[in-house]
Design a protein around this ligand. Structure first.
Ligand code: NAD
Ligand code: MG
Length: 391
């Protein structure tokens, strides 16, 4: 029986994780659930999954949750604040930590899990984008097990050379490159001139996946794929020239590994995050995820096209930040978070997102990313500048 903590249990990945856990009460129990402020969803999750702890980042939300739980039979203890997130992520009583907080807010609790040697199921790609070198060092030093939930990285991981070994090493394994697939989001066929007038409602309506708001906008700009290129660099130790992106509108092939002998291994499945979640929960075994079997005949065809930097300038910016190194990727990530929030608040246009990030990257120096203080300082500086540019 493994005890599981879900950081960000009320979000899209959190809810999908609980759905998989509920199918296997003999294998998993919930140790802690955490959320920003959604009291109603957390109350319902506590009653259904009976975690030892529920953590709300927001103190008022924690007080409300505590009051409402007191009127039920549920014994869950409520904690509040950032330190409590780190506490449940590193507790001796938890075996697995699902990192499903959105954005930079996920970094410190996920690092706490790495420092305590947990099995980390990583959805929160922003943690690696901000501080990949530091993060991977903590994982290795503390013998944590880092398993990718992001569907592309999970696919790559499943297509790696030798199943079951320390699986992040591509060096000397005959791998030519990896190919990340991208759906292209809702505007892959839109007239380029029309992108300026895109609304938040249109941007979050993803054709293939159902996800949180921020990652949905990232998918529409393809910054999501850019963040994934950086994530792949850190997870698999590959250079940017070995990480390709191809548009694949059906989202059935989740990514591929291209070997020296010409073999290209792909992982396929319906676009449903319960597959990579179940894969990382059960690894090295396989369990039912609740996902429908793939019907290839119904799918009919698999299309591929070039990912075009003119349509998707954010993808270009992410490659540039990766090549610049240091804290550039933390700056990129922070500027993107602010720009996306400003777009969702209707302060800036869809096409301004890339412009804001570009300006922030150009104005701020990149520093060595060898300390957490430096990463957090450059993250904060990028946010301040991006806020100015979007005001
Ligand atoms: P979401 O917005 O649906 O959920 C985010 C969760 O984080 C919620 O539980 C929320 O309460 C919590 N949260 C938000 N801000 C917080 C803060 N400041 N402090 C503490 N908790 C906070 O997001 P999502 O779509 O589930 O995505 C979560 C992460 O997984 C992201 O990093 C995303 O890139 C990654 N991811 C998501 C998908 C997907 O299909 N949704 C796929 C791959 C990767
Ligand atoms: Mg992904």
């Amino acid at each position: 029986m493994k005890a599981v903590t879900i950081l960000g249990s009320t979000g899209s990945i959190g809810v999908s994780t609980l759905d998989v856990l509920a199918r296997h009460p003999d294998k998993f129990r919930v140790f802690a659930l955490t959320a920003n402020g959604s009291v109603d969803t957390m109350l319902q999750q506590c009653q259904q999954y009976r975690p030892n702890y529920a953590v709300m980042l927001d103190h008022d939300a924690a007080t409300k949750l505590e009051r409402r739980l007191a009127q039920t039979e549920c014994q869950t203890q409520v904690l509040a604040g950032e330190e409590a997130l780190q506490q449940v992520a590193s507790s001796d009583e938890t075996d697995y930590v699902v990192a499903a907080i959105v954005g930079a807010a996920g970094l410190l609790p996920t690092l706490a899990a790495a420092r305590s040697g947990k099995r980390i199921l990583l959805a929160n790609k922003e943690a690696l984008v901000m501080s990949g070198a530091l993060f991977m060092r903590e994982v290795i030093h503390n013998q944590a097990t880092l398993l990718p939930v992001d569907s592309e990285h999970n696919a790559i991981w499943q297509c790696m050379p030798v199943a079951g070994e320390q699986r992040y090493e591509f060096e000397g394994k005959g791998v030519r490159r990896i190919i990340l697939t991208a759906s292209g989001g809702p505007f892959r066929d839109a007239d380029l001139a029309s992108l300026e007038h895109v609304t938040p409602e249109q941007a979050v309506a993803h054709p293939n996946w159902s996800m949180g708001q921020k990652i949905s906008v990232d998918s529409a700009t393809m910054m999501n794929k850019g963040l994934e290129v950086i994530e792949a660099h850190w997870l698999f130790g590959l250079q940017s020239s070995q990480i390709d992106v191809v548009l694949h509108r059906q989202s059935i092939i989740h990514s591929m590994v291209d070997y020296d002998d010409g073999s290209v291994l792909a992982q396929m499945g319906n676009p449903d995050m319960r597959t990579p979640i179940a894969n990382t929960l059960a690894w090295p075994e396989r369990i039912d995820s609740g996902v429908e079997p793939l019907d290839l005949v119904a799918a009919g065809r698999l299309d591929f096209a070039k990912a075009d930097f003119e349509r998707f300038p954010c993808l270009d910016l992410a490659y540039q930040a990766l090549d610049a190194g240091g804290t550039s990727t933390a700056i990129l990530n922070a500027a993107n978070e602010v720009a996306v929030a400003a777009f969702l608040a209707r302060q800036i246009k869809f096409t301004d997102i890339a412009k804001v990030i570009d300006q922030v990257l150009n104005k701020l120096p990149s520093n060595q990313a060898d300390s957490l203080e430096q990463v957090l300082a450059d993250d904060a500086a990028a946010r301040r500048l991006a806020v100015e540019l979007t005001a």
